[in-house]
Design a protein around this ligand. Structure first.
Ligand SMILES: [Zn+2]
Length: 476
């Protein structure tokens, strides 16, 4: 037998293939060459066919496709620890206007890098990210080695005024943002050795005119790209939507023809049965973000309704923290809560996903949602080598009897040991490679201090006595 030389050989691991048969190989190996998976199977068979310069012994480790994290806002790491200050999320736009575009992009690049470190450390290998001035996101993805589907947020409204419940829709603002979104696509689509994919993201129905949504739809179709949108994520959004459209935001998007298989909607929690029916009928996908939804007193997502109606699902960490293990666990907590609450019926328990199915939603399901499943989402020959190992030699993961269930209920992001994207090792047991973690952390802190310093200068009433004084803030 001819021995092939691979770049990386992972051996002796518990390999979750996420293939059509949901095969788990108890003592499995994966060979990687030129960024792709060239072999997967029993260790004894794979090592007979492949040698490699870089051999990873994955004894007592799970080997999984990397998480496909379908909804994030990586520049907002500066927001960490200030989640109770909701208005900051929108109000920070005043700071951006003050600072000027170039300075903002550079600052948000540094805060994005901090999120990228966290995402890599916790095993997300692909993210779908959307924010203002998204060049910063593109730079961060390019430099850290992650895979990213990214987009510029497009809206007509003056976001800084939204906390005062002022919805000042100015089509000129929307046009300018859309031009920027197209420019992002022209400059960045396919860059980062093919790891960057640019799509379109109107912010949410009540923050965009119908004209803008139609225009985005046309542009996305022309470039052959999907669209994402925030939908019915808060009581305020739902209320404002009903006031504007005289119907629910979901009905509004359905009626103007915006929903469909090429559209992904984030959140969808302030919805009713009719809305869920329309999402299912139009084959719209949902980006479920349990972490951010449960951080504030909002409605509980109708996860069981989505599953029962066969709505395609992916899971995202949004902007609070980027641990997909916590996110998938919360999704199951929510599903259990759905089953126990009125008017949900226990006979729906047959739709409750198994631990393996939940892990699949967070990997292959996310890839399918983003239309990237021909390249990523499972450990199969020919696919891009985006995978992680999870070290299970730990008290909270012992014993390993049913590995899928152990991972689902007990694993944490920090159990992720090796992270490989596009065949490159981004992280090993010693930490993140390619970039200088300490430099990113100190520059990220400086960038956050700058943004928050300016925010508190504009809104001194928001400063709380228990905040730890930050260097360089004007009021120190
Ligand atoms: Zn979001």
């Amino acid at each position: 037998m001819v021995m092939c030389v691979a770049d990386i050989l992972i051996r002796n691991g518990i390999v979750f293939t996420m293939d059509d048969d949901e095969r788990i190989i108890k003592d499995g190996a994966v060979a990687i060459e030129d960024g792709r998976i060239v072999d997967v199977g029993e260790t004894k068979d794979v090592v007979n066919k492949h040698s490699a310069e870089h051999v990873l012994d994955a004894d007592k480790m799970a080997v999984l496709p990397g998480f496909v994290n379908v909804h994030t806002h990586i520049p907002t790491s500066f927001f960490r620890g200030l989640y109770s200050e909701h208005n900051l999320m929108f109000g920070i736009r005043d700071v951006y206007t003050d600072m000027g575009e170039k300075d903002v992009v550079d600052t948000l690049y540094k805060t994005s890098l901090v999120s990228c470190l966290e995402l890599i450390r916790f095993g997300s290998t692909t993210i779908k990210d959307n924010y203002d001035l998204a060049d910063s996101i593109a730079w961060a993805i390019r430099d850290t080695g992650l895979r990213g589907m990214i987009s510029e947020l497009v809206y007509d409204v003056d976001l800084a005024r939204v906390p005062e419940e002022m919805y000042d829709l100015d089509p000129e603002r929307g046009k300018k943002k859309l031009r920027r979104a197209i420019k992002l696509l022209e400059e960045w689509d396919g860059k980062g050795e093919g790891r960057i994919n640019v799509v379109f993201s109107p912010l949410s129905p009540e923050k965009c005119t119908i004209g803008l949504l139609h225009e985005i739809q046309e542009v996305a179709d022309r470039y052959g790209k999907i669209k994402t949108i925030h939908l019915a994520s808060s009581e305020a959004e739902e209320r404002e939507g009903r006031k504007m459209f005289n119907k629910s935001p979901v009905e509004h998007l359905y009626d103007i023809g915006f929903l469909g298989p090429q559209t992904l909607a984030a959140h969808c929690i302030y919805t009713n049965d009719i809305d869920t029916g329309l999402l299912a009928k139009s084959k719209t996908g949902i980006m479920h973000c349990p972490l951010s939804q449960l951080r504030t007193p909002r409605r509980i997502a109708p996860v069981m309704d989505w599953l029962r109606n066969g709505i395609p699902l992916g899971i995202g960490t949004d902007n609070i923290m980027h641990d997909m293990f916590t996110a998938i666990r919360l999704m199951l907590f929510i599903a259990n809560h759905n089953l126990r609450s009125n008017p949900y019926n226990m006979s729906w328990s047959k739709y409750m996903p198994t631990p393996m199915e939940v892990l699949k939603i967070a990997t292959r399901g996310g890839a399918e949602l983003l239309k990237m499943d021909d390249e990523i989402g499972s450990i199969e020959v020919g696919k891009k080598a985006d995978l992680i190992t999870v070290n299970m030699r730990k008290p909270h993961l012992t014993p390993i009897i049913n590995p899928a269930e152990t991972l689902l209920w007990c694993a944490k992001g920090c159990d992720v040991e090796t992270v490989i994207v596009d065949g490159k090792i981004l992280k090993d047991k010693d930490g993140v490679k390619i970039v200088d973690e300490q430099k990113i952390l100190s520059e990220g802190k400086e960038a956050s201090d700058k943004l928050l310093g300016k925010f508190f200068e504009l809104h001194p009433e928001k400063m709380k006595p228990h905040y730890i004084a930050r260097e360089g803030l004007a009021f120190d």
